[in-house]
Design a protein around this ligand. Structure first.
Ligand code: PHE
Length: 339
């Protein structure tokens, strides 16, 4: 017993002053295959049952104490290194101007929107924009989401002026503006910023971007939707991309689907990125609901259409292997310069 106490004391003392390399050695010395504590645990068979229990428990406790002391010291040393690095990388305001002045470039979100636009323009779509402040009618009502409908719960909304106006939660109101201003055929995409009242984490942000798509004409069918989105996905990602249409629900489309692409990281076997599904969702879509056509006074017996909504950050993250959406908004040049 005293021996084990002594071992802990000695180890803690050594860990206190160890650098990263010494820590690794201490880990081997105490916890490794032939480490002091492992030896003790291995030799338990020679003791009585009573002693075995006592010594075993003591040795295991010692192991976890030493383990956590080593981890804590490691975390401390890493922080010291980081502090030193930050100190070194501090801005030097005394640096003089230099010519030619360095050129900037588009932000990765703007670049991704441009990439999306290029593909859809090649498929015959025009680009329009809508306001970021909307009324309840444009954001919800006209899109077949009546007041008090549970579908509103899926888009936590920032209301303005006592609920009269709101920050658009999606680019779908762009569909309504377009159809109010133009008779069919219409074929547009609506890129823009949207807002949801969400806490931010690695995959959520209160502000993000979408590109809406809408096509309405006589004789438009789900086949057109599938063809256009398959073409988009293959042009935006890679030409052999495997995608699938999975049945889903949106109030403003019927039938609705979500489009998944086969996970490029694991080839569909299942991994951390695709949450073991082998597929990753890239957008929502469907055939424009007749109630939406009626809301804009289109002849719902004559016209059909499809709509889709693409999350810009989401597909940029998939394309470039970015694992935290917040990186887009921090304006850290070390991140931005990579694009
Ligand atoms: N507006 C939907 C969203 O933000 C996406 C969508 C757009 C779905 C168009 C279908 C058709 O979640």
């Amino acid at each position: 017993m005293n021996n084990i106490e002594q071992i802990i004391k000695e180890a803690v003392e050594k860990i206190k002053n160890a650098d990263i390399k010494a820590l690794e050695n201490l880990k081997v010395d105490y916890l490794g295959k032939n480490g002091v504590l492992t030896q003790i645990l291995k030799s338990l068979s020679q003791y009585s049952v009573e002693d075995k229990k006592k010594i075993g428990a003591q040795a295991n406790k010692a192991k976890s104490i030493i383990e956590s002391e080593i981890e804590n010291r490691k975390i401390f040393l890493k922080q010291v290194l980081l502090d030193e690095k930050m100190q070194k990388e501090k801005l030097d305001y005394s640096q003089s101007f230099y010519f030619p002045f360095p050129k900037g470039h588009f932000h990765p979100v703007a670049q991704t929107i441009q990439d999306i636009i290029v593909v859809f323009k090649s498929l015959g779509f025009s680009v329009v924009e809508g306001p970021e402040i909307e009324t309840d009618w444009y954001n919800f009502g006209a899109l077949n989401i009546p007041e008090n409908h549970p579908a509103r719960d899926t888009q936590d909304t920032f209301y303005l002026d006592g609920m009269k106006n709101l920050l658009r939660t999606h680019t779908s109101p762009g569909q309504i503006h377009t159809m109010e201003q133009h008779q069919p055929p219409v074929k547009v995409i609506v890129p823009g910023r949207v807002y949801r009242n969400e806490a931010s984490d690695a995959s959520h942000s209160a502000t993000f971007h979408q590109v809406e798509g809408l096509a309405v004409d006589e004789n438009i069918t789900f086949v057109d939707l599938k063809a256009v989105l398959t073409d988009f996905a293959r042009k935006f990602f890679v030409s052999e991309l495997d995608i699938r249409f999975r049945p889903s629900h949106f109030q403003f489309t019927e039938p609705s689907a979500e489009v998944d692409m086969r996970c490029m990281l694991c080839g569909g076997k299942g991994c951390r990125v695709c949450k073991n599904l082998g597929w990753i969702e890239i957008l929502g879509c469907g055939m424009v609901h007749t109630n939406v056509l009626k809301a804009v006074k289109y002849d719902a017996d004559r016209y059909t259409g499809y709509a889709f909504g693409i999350g810009v950050e989401r597909i940029a993250m998939l394309k470039y292997g970015i694992d935290d959406i917040r990186l887009f908004y921090e304006n850290d040049l070390r991140f931005l310069k990579q694009f």
